[in-house]
Write a protein that binds this ligand. Structure first.
Ligand SMILES: Cc1ncc(COP(=O)(O)O)c(C=O)c1O
Length: 341
């Protein structure tokens, strides 16, 4: 029986070519700024987004938390969607690391307008926290991999610059959004003050994320990374996986999107699925009818070798990625169609 692991695009393992590139990396002490591969990766990412610098970190949680820390002071307010990873899934890091507060925007897919941001900015009143940062997520993990239209991001960017407020992008899956929309890394670089991208999700590297921004923000980021324990030593071995991923694994994300669309299509035709969120990238989120708990479906799928997550009692999430082959997609579709409750 095939095993098809659709729990997340974080479950990927490096392939042979990536591993060979990692083994052959020239490394040094990153704390001393002497790891050539880390330096090359950071320079590559900064150039790609048209920014002055980038810092390599162990995780996307850390790059987001560093960004929050450099853009806020204790007691400040951050505007983000109620679905944002920084709010829901980073262990309360906004409060723990930065002592900051949040104002949440209510949105079904994590996408919101400049007007909603304007309404969420706190008044200039000593009773209120001081709004200092707006954070977007693209693609939106809890929004079924939804992607932001360019105009919405541009309007928010113009608005935040007018105040000014800092604008951060949690781009854990930004390359999925780039491939799906054609918006370029340089366009993203021009709209946002800081951008976090993960190398360890759809891009297929085993470890690592990058925070990208201007020199002043990156200098402060290096200090915060140190405090958080994220400065590594001969990290070039893992940075090499990231560089390999950026150079080789972006265009192929299109295949993951086609795979996700095909699986979503099969799901929309079966009785145990109530509705499927619009699929724009590699994430499929669907709801089960009221009388069918999501875990009863994930258990039945698991019996057939298909692994999926049930983030809530009625919803199931599947994510396609580099280790999912066309054969696995066909098997998944046949299994979905054949599963009757
Ligand atoms: C949207 C988003 N941001 C940030 C992260 C955090 O990344 P990491 O797991 O590397 O800490 C994730 C992880 O899944 C994510 O989905």
């Amino acid at each position: 029986m095939l095993t098809v692991d659709l729990r997340s695009d974080t479950v990927t393992r490096p392939g042979r070519e990536m591993l060979e590139f990692m083994f052959s990396a020239k490394v040094g002490d990153m704390v001393l700024g002497e790891d050539p591969m880390v330096n090359e990766l950071e320079e590559y990412a900064a150039r790609l987004f048209g920014k002055e610098g980038a810092i390599f970190c162990p995780s996307g949680t850390m790059t987001n938390q560093i960004a929050i820390n450099i853009h806020t002071r204790p007691g400040d307010d951050i505007i983000c969607s109620k679905l944002a990873h920084i709010y829901l899934y980073e262990g309360g890091g906004i409060g723990f690391n930065s002592g900051a507060n949040v104002t949440l925007i209510d949105t079904p897919d994590g996408i919101f307008s400049a007007d909603e941001v304007r309404r969420a900015v706190q008044p200039d009143d000593p009773h209120k926290p001081r709004t200092s940062l707006v954070s977007l997520e693209n693609s939106v993990n809890r929004g079924g991999g939804a992607v932001w239209p360019l105009e919405a991001m541009e309007e928010i960017s113009r608005f935040t610059r007018s105040l000014p407020l800092a604008l951060h992008l949690d781009g854990a899956r930004l390359f999925n959004a780039i491939v799906a929309t054609g918006i370029t890394p340089l366009q993203f670089g021009s709209m946002f003050d800081t951008i976090s991208v993960c190398l360890s999700k759809g891009l297929g590297a085993p470890v690592g994320s990058l925070l990208i921004g201007n020199r002043e923000h990156m200098e402060r980021g290096v200090r915060v990374r140190k405090v958080l324990g994220g400065t590594m030593r001969q990290a070039g071995y893992i940075a090499a996986g990231g560089l390999f991923a950026l150079e080789n694994n972006i265009d192929r994300l299109r295949d993951d999107h086609l795979h996700a669309a095909a699986i979503a299509d099969a799901l929309s035709g079966v009785s145990w699925v109530q509705d499927v969120m619009k699929v724009s990238t590699n994430i499929i989120i669907f709801n089960t009818p009221d009388d069918i708990p999501a875990t009863s479906i994930t258990a039945r799928l698991r019996d057939k070798g298909i692994l999926a997550n049930a983030p809530t009692v009625k919803s199931i999430r599947m994510v396609t990625h580099i280790d999912i082959t066309p054969e696995m997609v066909s098997y998944t579709i046949d299994t979905i169609r054949g599963l009757s409750l």
